[in-house]
Ligand binder design. Sequence first.
Ligand SMILES: [Zn+2]
Length: 127
Amino acid sequence: MFKKGTKLYSILTGACPKCHGDSMYVNKNPYVLTETFFMHERCRVCGTKYKIEPSFFFGAMYVSYGVGIAFAMAAFVITYFFLETSLNVIFGSIIGTLVVFFPVILRISRNIWINLFIHYDKSIGKK
Ligand SMILES: [Zn+2]
């Protein structure tokens, strides 16, 4: 499921969408907040340019809305159905989840966005 060659691999690891051989990000840890946005200009393995056009990653904003909803739903389901807490606690847990996972949501959104446009290339990936 998370093998190289699948979109999910690139989305979850932040690997180059074309060859899956290199991380797109300067710092792999999204929680280093000063470097969350820093990406390499090109893949060091296959040379793919990540920023296809100026302001390319603005589109990831739309994706982040959906990803944020998914995280909020997960927080809701866990607190409402498994912990059976009050509405205020549920609300707090959703806000907390969105704040704590913000860097992760941001990166997953960028990964999904770039994977919509660049597809895995077997011939490059196997080198
Ligand atoms: Zn690459």
